[in-house]
Design a protein around this ligand. Structure first.
Ligand code: HGY
Ligand code: MN
Ligand code: MN
Length: 421
């Protein structure tokens, strides 16, 4: 049955309506910004919790702020199949990245409950802080959920100098109780996440949905260059120790290392998303500069080799410019393969909807990377226009949302069919 026909869209209109409602919860008027442990997270939690209850789930918030809806299976308290994604956003975000997977998961559970009680427990999880925008740690919620949140993350600072632990306390959470959020392989049967692709492959192939084979590994770092502040009008160009000029040369060296054509086939990508210079006066030579590095590849060896080359190149630039160089690793996540059996259910569900099965890796990180530590994972991708994401122009059409929701439901049904004996 074609999902182009609006009258046959069982899920998409309601999902879009809820995406729009959630998008209106933001720290910035006219933009979508919902960061970890902010009043916006609390308002989003309350709205989504209401939808989870309406679908027939019991709702709780865990020790790090993940929102968890649950319906029991035949064995009360038994292990659950988890459907999830995240409710936090980047700054000035699109409305689909994260919330689409949570809202579609709620629609999927509601549809299943209309058919009767599931053989095993089902959970929908709205993870907190997948993006890691406010604090340099990322996947905070899903790492705590899988029992792998590094306690050092509690000491990371936001731009105002507030530690993650202090922000948790201010939000009503106890940082000392983080370990109570941890689940075990005995409590989770599997994890499925629906997410927009955030890349152009599905659109180029002309298909609305895709099957994810693996999630790229990622390194997040902070690099610092220290020279000497000076008078913009009196220090000769040859005598400067200009930290910002040095940082700029490093940024171009990073781009050159990652942009080699032969590497594109390896999906190696390097991004400097934030750069700061001090003292920041127009008429002062910057004495200090700091910038971020986000480095990714489906192959961990590729990523590590690129990181070593980038560090060596930046050190050479610093020596030549008589600058001190510092590098801090803030986050590292290994590449994660999706589980073949669970992924086969996604493939069968795509085929059952009459679509070609396109398998592709994810360059973007997802909560599934953390959950994979304790459970088999699978992901369903939904086409997004131009592959645009982390941008208010992010868009997925109603027919594609419908296709994604049906594939998610089909995959979950396939999983439950194997458990109904
Ligand atoms: O950065 C990422 O890949 C994800 O959107 N957090
Ligand atoms: Mn994102
Ligand atoms: Mn996301």
């Amino acid at each position: 049955m074609s999902v182009e026909d609006v009258t046959k869209q069982a899920f998409a209109p309601r999902i879009q309506e809820r995406l729009d409602a959630l998008a209106r919860i933001s720290a910035e008027p006219g933009a979508i910004t919902r960061l970890y442990l902010t009043p916006e997270q609390a308002r989003a939690e309350a709205l989504v919790a209401g939808w989870m209850r309406e679908a027939g789930m019991a709702v709780r918030r865990d020790a790090v702020g993940n929102l968890i809806g649950r319906v029991e299976g035949r064995v009360p308290g038994g292990p659950a199949l988890v459907i999830g994604s995240h409710l936090d956003t980047v700054r000035d975000a699109g409305r689909y990245d994260g919330p689409l997977g949570v809202i579609a998961g709620i629609a999927c559970v509601a549809a299943l409950l209309r058919e009767g009680p599931p053989p095993v427990a089902l959970e929908v999880v709205g993870f907190a802080d997948e993006e890691g925008v406010r604090f340099s740690a990322t996947l905070t919620g899903s790492r705590a959920f899988s029992g792998h949140l590094d306690p050092a993350a509690l000491r990371t600072l936001d731009a105002a100098g507030t530690t993650l632990a202090a922000a948790m306390r201010a939000y009503g959470l106890d940082p000392g109780a983080v370990r109570t959020a941890a689940r075990t392989p005995q409590t989770i049967l599997g994890y499925v996440e629906l997410h927009i692709e955030q890349g152009p492959m599905l659109e180029r192939a002309g298909v609305p949905v895709g099957l994810v084979t693996a999630i790229s590994g990622a390194s997040r770092l902070e690099l610092t260059l220290t020279g000497e502040a000076g008078h913009a009008g009196t220090v000769a160009m040859t005598e400067r120790r200009d930290a910002l000029a040095g940082a700029a040369e490093c940024v171009l060296a990073i781009e050159a290392r990652c942009a080699g054509q032969e590497l594109q086939a390896e999906h190696l990508v390097g991004t400097v998303g934030r750069i700061q210079a001090w003292p920041g006066a127009v008429n002062t030579i910057p004495g200090r500069a700091r910038f971020s590095l986000d480095l990714r590849a489906p192959d961990d060896g590729q990523r590590r080799a690129a990181l070593a080359d980038i560090e060596a190149a930046c050190r050479r630039i610093a020596v030549r410019r008589r600058l001190a160089f510092g590098l801090a690793l803030l986050h590292e996540a290994e590449a994660v393969p999706c589980d073949p059996a669970l992924t086969a259910l996604v493939g069968a569900a795509i085929a059952a909807e009459g679509f070609p099965v396109l398998a592709l890796p994810s360059g973007a990180g997802h909560d599934g990377m953390a959950v994979a530590a304790i459970a088999p994972i699978a992901m369903v991708f939904v086409r997004c226009r131009g592959g645009i994401s982390h941008n208010p122009a992010e868009f997925a059409s109603l027919p594609d949302i419908e296709a994604g929701a049906r594939v998610l439901l089909g995959a979950v049904r396939g999983f439950l069919a194997g458990r109904s004996g």
